[in-house]
Structures are given as C-alpha cells and as structure tokens.
Design a protein around this ligand. Structure first.
Ligand code: ZN
Length: 151
C-alpha cells in the first residue's frame, strides 16, 4: 500500500464506521500492518492509505493490534510528547495527550473489545483515532500570537 501524505485530501476526511466486518476489512488490516512494518511505523490508519473506513493497526513492539471503529471512552492524565507521522514526513510536533485511556473497538472477528492503554500505546491509539477523525499532528501546533500572516 502507498502512504498518502499531506496535502492529500483523504487525510482530512472523517472515516466511515464499519458496519460489517468481512474478509475485505481483514485483508485491508493485514495489508496495513505490512505497510506499517515496512515503514517502521508504530501505527497506521486506513485514511493514510486512501481508505475511508474506521480501521487502524498499532504495534509499539508488544504485538499487533487491529482496531475497527475505535472509540476512546475514558481519558486520564495529560502529557506532552513529540510525535511524528508517516503522512507528515519530517515533522515533529509536541502533542499533549491523555496518559491513560480506555478504548472500545471491534476486533477482526467482529467481537466487541475494551482495552486499557497507558503511555506510548495510549498515545499511538489517540494518534490513530485522530486520523480517523481527519485530525493531524500539525493541528496541535500553537498558533503564532503576533503572526504577520494574520488576516
Ligand atoms: Zn499519523
């Protein structure tokens, strides 16, 4: 799969909920995982490969997670850390995110799952959930207060 980079419009679209988990979704998730590993990424959302469905893969080195329709239902704490993104090459943005989250999602067999994540795993899941909502790390850049670009 080819990774879409800014300013590709796919990155700004809200991904559609998956209503039925079929072989299609399973195949896309497998291909996404391959692409993520090939690019040495820790997470990848479907919109990053031009697919407008709520699908994401995550692996911070503790095993592959496939997330369908992920919803973050609880957030705790806050921590700012620099993040990169395969779709925003060479950018590093300090992003403040919850330290601990609860995420509810559907697994590739169609089962409802609930996961408590902390630290890097929580960060990556929040990053991918952002992608599925059309948000990117550059949206966290603080606007310049005395910008001469202001209208
Ligand atoms: Zn990203």
């Amino acid at each position: 799969m080819e990774i879409k980079c800014l300013p590709n419009i796919c990155l700004r679209k809200k991904a559609a909920k998956v209503l039925n988990v079929t072989d299609d979704e399973r195949q896309i998730l497998d291909e996404m995982a391959k692409t993520m590993y090939l690019k040495s990424g820790v997470g990848l959302a479907a919109c990053q490969v031009g697919i407008g469905k709520q699908l994401a893969v995550v692996d911070i080195g503790a095993g592959l997670l496939k997330l369908i329709n992920p919803v973050i239902t609880k957030k705790e704490g806050a921590e700012a850390q620099e993040e990169g993104c395969l779709s925003v090459p060479e950018a590093a943005v300090k992003v403040k995110r919850a330290k601990k989250i609860v995420v509810e999602y559907i697994d590739e067999q169609g089962g409802a799952r609930r996961l408590i994540a902390e630290g890097l795993l929580a960060r990556v899941i929040q990053h991918e959930a952002d992608h599925l909502a059309g948000r990117l790390i550059i949206d966290y850049l603080k606007p310049l207060k005395d910008s001469s670009f202001a209208a």
